[in-house]
Design a protein around this ligand. Structure first.
Ligand SMILES: [Zn+2]
Length: 475
């Protein structure tokens, strides 16, 4: 006798694994997918009429920001709600600190599934610059015990030597811990030259290359040529690299200037250079005044963009150390990175991420479905890149599809606007009409982090990274 807790009635179901691409009902029981079929029995069930909507496995965002090692002015935990409101159901916090992460999920969580990484900032989260393997091992042990699933190198801000970078990857690989890299060593930078360096740094190792779009902005060559070169590099390392790209025009960076008035970090220097501004305080002030640069402001509990005089005032009040955004991601790169496939018929770039959360650019779903409306992707391919590929990346194999017994994480999308209208995690509604309606969440940890997760009081789940695409065939 079929009896469901929830029935999603009459939506256009997209399930890339089972090849479902038609109108059907989805029956959910005990937080799991029970049945996909026609005219399911709704007696006793909560019925959600999703007619006219796409019904896809929940968006899994492999690059989000809800915590940070050092962050002045903005409570990054605001990102839990912001990300849920765009329709994402599971995410990886890519620039994190596990204590801040867990505290944020308790205070401002949105019912999502979330894993976090420790980002490596010299003298803050790791005790030395270009840390020696012994030091990295100790830092990683602690991060895993604190509930992170691995580490992130932020080469656009705190680059290491190529040797130290290689050593960090090796330590993470030896533990099958997650290792993500915002490209750029002390010898290259956060652009295509940094990506060119990856094969020699990586050797036979495994790596998550963060936001491929950030190295194809046309800083060195034409953006179109940089995308082609990025594809060649990714292909040459196929099986060793997992990757994502985001679809927002704006990036997220920092406005810090040193005592001489020079912009400190590599990424904002590139942003100014792209439009011919001097890479110093004068150039930064002018870029903000001209509406090229944006500062982040909190309004009604969400982060928004400010520009002009308002942005200059925010930047100055914080002594230049604030989050900024520049519209530096060319649409042609975004388009190609999202749609292009290699000779095996697989996408060069595995997943569509937001690089958002607390940054106001959670547009992965709506921009991917804009490409569907444009005819550049099929709706099934959109679900593949937004959900099934990222689930494989992370080894969350019970997500990303609607097989019987799969986790009932679901995102409903309006085909007209491309926007998510509702989402469920484990059969519970976490977002309705663009508003977050749940709190807390499920903390995804490795077995080493289970005790920390338990102690936090948050719901948690132990994940197995040996099942991830990052470590597929690794021993
Ligand atoms: Zn990021």
């Amino acid at each position: 006798m079929a009896s469901f807790d929830v029935v999603l009635k009459g939506g256009h179901v997209l399930d890339p694994v089972n090849g479902t691409d038609r109108v059907a009902d989805v029956g959910i029981r005990l937080g799991k997918i029970d049945e996909v079929g026609d005219g399911l029995d709704t007696s006793g069930a909560r019925v959600l009429d999703v007619g006219g909507r796409y019904v896809m496995p929940g968006h899994i965002d492999t690059h989000a920001h809800v915590s940070a090692v050092s962050d002045r002015g903005i409570d990054r935990a605001i990102g839990f709600k912001m990300l849920a409101e765009s329709g994402t159901t599971t995410a990886l916090d890519l620039n994190g600190e596990p204590h801040a992460f867990a505290d944020g999920m308790k205070r401002r969580g949105s019912g999502m599934n979330f894993a976090t990484l420790l980002s490596l900032v010299p003298f803050e989260s790791v005790p030395e610059d270009d840390p020696r393997p012994r030091v990295v091992r100790k830092t990683l042990d602690q991060a895993l015990a604190d509930g992170a699933i691995g580490m992130k190198m932020i080469g656009g801000y705190h680059p290491f030597t190529p040797e130290a970078t290689a050593g960090i990857i090796e330590v993470a690989n030896a533990r099958s811990a997650w290792i993500a890299y915002h490209i750029g060593s002390k010898e290259t930078g956060s652009q295509i030259e940094g990506l060119r360096e990856v094969p020699s740094i990586l050797g036979r190792g495994r790596l998550h290359v963060a936001h491929v779009n950030s190295y194809t902005r046309g800083v060195i060559n034409r953006a179109e040529d940089e995308v082609r070169e990025a594809f060649e590099i990714l292909s040459s390392m196929k099986g060793q690299i997992v990757s994502e790209a985001y679809l927002a025009q704006i990036n997220g960076t920092n406005g810090l200037c040193d005592e001489e008035g020079n912009v400190v970090a590599n990424v904002p220097r590139n942003c100014l250079q792209l439009r011919g501004y001097p890479r110093n305080e004068i150039g930064m002030r002018q870029a903000l005044l001209d509406g090229y640069g944006f500062a982040h402001v909190e309004r009604e509990g969400r982060i928004e963009l400010a520009t002009g005089e308002e942005a200059v005032a925010i930047w100055e009040a914080a002594g230049t150390n604030v989050s900024l955004s520049f519209p530096v991601n060319p649409a042609s790169s975004a388009y190609t990175l999202t749609t292009e496939k290699d000779e095996d018929g697989e996408f060069y770039v595995d997943a569509v991420s937001t690089d958002g959360g607390s940054l106001p650019r959670n547009v992965a779903i709506e921009r991917t479905f804009a490409l569907v409306a444009f005819g550049a992707l099929t709706a099934l391919e959109a679900a593949h890149k937004l959900s099934w590929m990222p689930s494989q990346m992370l080894g969350l194999l019970n997500k990303g599809h609607f097989s019987e017994g799969a986790d009932a994480d679901v995102t409903m999308v309006d085909p007209g606007s491309g926007r998510a209208t509702m989402s469920l995690v484990a059969g519970e509604t976490i977002m309705q009409d663009g508003r977050s309606v749940a709190d807390g969440g499920t903390w995804l940890v490795t077995s080493e982090g289970e005790a920390a997760a338990q102690a936090s009081g948050l719901k948690h789940e132990v994940i197995d990274l040996s099942k991830s695409r990052l470590y597929e065939g690794w021993s």
